[in-house]
Ligand binder design. Structure first.
Ligand SMILES: [Zn+2]
Length: 413
């Protein structure tokens, strides 16, 4: 069974994909070439030394130890200092150049967050450093005076990536602090400035507000109202995205147990669905008509389950372990797709089933990204793919009009 090792595997895959795409954009590359990045890093450091206080072992031993603990959990190779400056807001910022960084916390944050909540905040910032998020100058391109020069498509990708980057960084924050409640408290305090006294109430409030955002966004989507343009996803969305992976992160943190790659993949798809459901209209290319979003999700679920059944029946009736995998997938997708009935058909006459599914796939119009997700999930089911299964995936890819490179990408990894 394939497992995810190392912190790299915890990166939200959608974020990594957007990152790779953005890194190729001429405006992003121009930013790297034009500015002397190292020079800016030194300038920031000089500014920090002049306006903030560097945390040292002598000055603030507890915070210093906490910071070193975070570093040892996340990346001892990261070199950097922690600074605090006087400010009544709860805020953290990171200046980074490659794997070097300086993290700046406000005094209010240090005073009023407990050590686990602080570990979450510091871990989050280290997460940005670990994955070199500063290589994509999103804020600069989106909000600088030159913002008008970028295309709406690039602006959209930058916003989407920025939101996804927060989700990746939150996962590393969780590794640093080790429990969902501390992360939730940090979110809650950042939003409202204080804590109601009960962790349970905090979790309840974040859940309730997430449900409300979901409802409101769907209402806005229906009425085609445009949304906001902040790079940080709303706090309850970050919380929900973190909650989905928290149990796996906890196991990973406590026993350094590796997370099964297919579990991670499934969680990432769920987080993706959370983002889709709560994305403001301004980010959507064509605002969907009423119910279209839901329909799209159901379409994808049906596409994925049919594809899995198709590949599972490449050599005849699907094996018990593959059926179990498909059933688990259906459960996680929470779809009205009638899996049992379709499975019966598939078992009854696999050859006819394969022929019918491939025929049906030809009628579908599916994005290359969706095809990639489907193929990837098929590979996770087979582990490793037999020749017949690989051949079936090839036929599937052809029927969906997917590029040859997609198949290569999943089979050769
Ligand atoms: Zn962040």
């Amino acid at each position: 069974m394939r497992t995810a090792t190392g912190l790299n595997a915890l990166r939200f895959d959608y974020e990594a994909l957007l990152y790779q795409e953005l890194a190729k954009q001429p405006q992003v590359r121009a930013f790297h070439e034009q500015s002397e990045r190292e020079h800016y890093f030194s300038l920031h450091k000089r500014h920090l030394l002049g306006t903030a206080v560097k945390i040292t072992a002598d000055l603030f031993p507890d915070i210093y130890r906490l910071y070193r603990d975070c570093l040892s959990r996340i990346g001892e190779h990261i070199e950097g200092d922690l600074y605090v400056h006087q400010d009544t807001q709860y805020n953290a910022h990171v200046y980074a150049h490659e794997q070097r960084c300086d993290i700046l916390l406000t005094s209010a944050l240090v005073r009023e967050f407990n050590s686990s909540e602080l570990a979450f905040v510091i871990g989050h910032e280290l997460g940005h450093v670990l994955f070199e998020h500063n290589q994509i100058p999103a804020g600069f391109l989106l909000f600088d005076e030159r913002a008008e020069q970028i295309s709406p498509q690039l602006a959209k990708s930058l916003l989407q990536w920025s939101r996804a980057a927060e989700i990746t960084a939150d996962r590393i924050g969780f590794l640093a602090c080790g429990d969902l409640s501390s992360a939730a408290n940090a979110f809650f305090k950042t939003a409202c400035g204080f804590h109601p006294g009960s962790d349970q109430q905090v979790l309840y409030a974040l859940h309730a507000q997430f449900a409300e955002i979901e409802r409101l966004t769907q209402d806005m989507q229906r009425r085609q109202m445009s949304g906001y343009a902040s790079t940080h996803p709303l706090i309850p969305i970050r919380f929900k995205s973190l909650e989905l992976i928290s149990l796996d992160l906890l196991a990973f943190r406590n026993q350094r147990k590796n997370i099964k790659e297919r579990d991670l993949h499934m969680i990432n798809r769920q987080v993706q669905a959370v983002l889709d459901k709560t994305e403001p209209v301004v980010l959507q290319q064509n605002a969907p008509a009423a119910g279209e979003n839901l329909e799209k999700q159901e379409d994808f679920a049906a596409l994925l389950l049919l594809s899995l059944l198709l590949v599972a029946s490449a050599q005849g009736a699907p094996s018990r372990s593959n059926i179990k995998y498909i059933q688990e997938t259906a459960q996680r997708l929470q779809t009205p797709f009638q899996l049992d009935a379709v499975l019966q058909e598939c078992k009854h006459n696999p050859a006819l089933f394969r022929e019918q599914v491939l025929e049906e796939m030809r009628l579908r119009s599916v994005s290359q990204d969706a095809i990639l997700q489907v193929l990837h999930t098929c590979v996770l089911m087979c582990q490793p793919c037999s020749a017949a299964e690989s051949q079936m995936m090839r036929s599937l890819c052809q029927s969906l009009r997917g590029g040859e490179h997609l198949l290569k990408a999943v089979l050769n990894q």
